[in-house]
Design a binder for this molecule. Structure first.
Ligand code: FRU
Length: 500
């Protein structure tokens, strides 16, 4: 695949989950599951990149490397400002990474830590590892945050017993000794192992007197679109226990529960596409600023995606997203807004009426943002064709928005051809924000409370057209903003150089 500048990917080799997201020293650090030895999953280590704007990423040397005994699986980073861990040096509090030490031979997973005194560039494994061991084969993906509330002030770890479909919570005063708090699940979607949890507070509609906690649970397979997906649950965390706001039907594995579309739709999903997984949020930002990064792939076929033989590479991140909570359709929902690159408008059209297919732009840029607002003017819906690799469609009668990427899927691995859908209700007017890369698409609908993210077969130069379904539509707005050239920063040995 052609390297893309809109979505972060390392210059070479394999990447999956985002790890250790932390804003520190004026930079956003993005560590990630990385194989320094090749373009398939293995020898898992933490790769590293950083950015000042979440858009232009600079890749750094591998941060935490696999050892003879362990691979370094997913986890998080916190700034231990008061040196509670004692891993700092005179005057320099440490960054502490908390991750899963995965022994693939002995089938054992426990949590370990490492510290950095140079702002996240180099890391030292703690001699006392592991710091938390349940004797489990599937205990992983610790996300640590600082809790401060009526129950006190301490570190909280949210991790999973993946196969049991349980989120487990622990507390610590020093990041080295951990005491059990509570657990959550199995509940909601349980058709696959639970992975990469996150738990954080957000104010509903920005009102600080109405704070809710959001629990993210990635699961694989069993996602709403098939394969990997991420459900979210809104509730309350009192420093010990997370309690969901709404009664979610208890899971009944083995009774076909996990396979029922109706039941899956009863859960809330971070994204309704095939390629948005293991998303977690940054630490080091104020509570009201919640920014998430997710891996843009799906375990169903991630290891089979075509690679460029010259510099084999697999895996990309979706655009960073700003999260907020809003009251919509009588309930509290997550709203997501992409933090995308700057764009320059190249086409802006208004009041175009379409029944049969009407061309909206002759050639789409390689990477662009598309803002579209369609009014149903006799039609039941529309088909918006984007560059011959994807169709975004809507039907008011069904109240469904969909993304069809089957068009050119014959160049892709088995199981890739798919059509994704999300229920958005019946509306006379649909507004979408779409970020389109050469080989990926992120669709934001209903003010960002519904999103669909998919990888796409690589696009040839082609334009966009729209057709009404069973009548005419009025395109009130169609605006294409081309992403300005981002200078590729490649790899660098240190973090001093700023991206251009
Ligand atoms: C999720 C995951 C995690 C694990 C990591 C291994 O995609 O399976 O549970 O820590 O990937 O690379």
């Amino acid at each position: 695949m052609t390297p893309s500048l809109m979505h972060f990917r390392p210059a070479r080799n394999w990447m999956n989950d985002p790890n250790g997201l932390v804003f520190h020293g004026g930079r956003y650090h993005l560590y990630f599951q990385y194989n320094p030895e090749g373009a398939t999953h293995g020898f898992m280590s933490w790769g590293h990149s950083s950015s000042t704007d979440l858009v232009r990423w600079e890749e750094h040397p591998v941060a935490i490397r696999y050892t003879d005994e362990h691979e370094i699986f997913s986890g998080s980073v916190v700034f231990d400002e008061h040196d509670t861990s004692g891993l700092g040096a005179a005057g320099t509090p440490p960054l502490v990474a908390v991750f899963t030490l995965a022994d693939q031979v002995a089938r054992h997973q426990a949590q370990g830590i490492a510290s950095s005194l140079d702002g996240g560039r180099s890391w030292r494994l703690y001699e006392g590892n592991p710091v938390l061991d349940r004797g489990s084969a599937d205990f992983r993906d610790p996300k640590v945050f600082r809790y401060s509330g009526p129950a006190g002030e301490y570190w909280v770890m949210v991790a999973v017993e993946a196969v049991e479909r349980r989120v487990v919570l622990y507390r610590s005063d020093d990041l080295k000794t951990w005491a059990y708090l509570s657990d959550y699940g199995p509940r909601g979607a349980t058709g696959g192992v639970w992975e990469c949890p996150d738990l954080f507070p957000l104010a509903v509609d920005g009102d600080p007197s109405e704070v809710r906690w959001v629990l993210l649970i990635s699961l694989n397979p069993g996602g709403i679109a098939g394969g990997s997906g991420t459900q979210y649950v809104i509730g309350f965390f009192d420093g010990v226990r997370f309690v969901a706001d709404e009664p979610i039907p208890p899971a009944a594995p083995g009774e076909g529960w996990e396979n029922s579309r109706v039941q899956l739709e009863a859960c809330d999903w971070l994204d309704h596409g095939r390629d948005f997984y293991a998303g977690v949020t940054f630490s080091g930002l104020p509570d009201e600023e919640r920014i998430l990064v997710a891996w843009m792939s799906n375990w169903d076929y991630a290891g089979l995606l075509p690679v460029d033989v010259g510099s084999p590479q697999r895996g990309a991140m979706a655009l960073a997203r700003r999260l907020s909570l809003v009251r919509a359709d009588g309930r509290v929902r997550l709203r997501q807004e992409a933090i995308g690159p700057e764009v320059a408008t190249i086409v802006a059209r208004a009041d175009v009426r379409a029944e049969g297919p009407v061309e909206l732009i002759g050639e789409l840029p390689d990477r662009c943002r598309i803002d579209v607002c369609v009014r149903l003017d006799g039609a039941d819906g529309f088909d918006l064709n984007l560059g011959d690799t994807s169709i975004v469609g809507y039907s008011a009668a069904e109240g469904i928005l969909w993304l069809d990427r089957r068009l050119a899927a014959d160049t892709m691995p088995d199981g890739f051809a798919s059509i994704e859908q999300v229920r958005i209700g019946a509306h006379g007017r649909i507004e979408l924000v779409i970020w389109l890369d050469r080989d990926a698409i992120e669709v934001f609908a209903s003010g960002g409370t519904r999103t669909i993210t998919d990888l796409l077969p690589e696009r040839d130069d082609a334009g966009a057209s729209i057709a009404g379904r069973g009548g005419s539509v009025l395109i009130e707005r169609f605006e294409v903003g081309a992403v300005r050239d981002l200078v590729s920063t490649g790899s660098s040995a240190d973090m001093k150089g700023q991206t251009a």
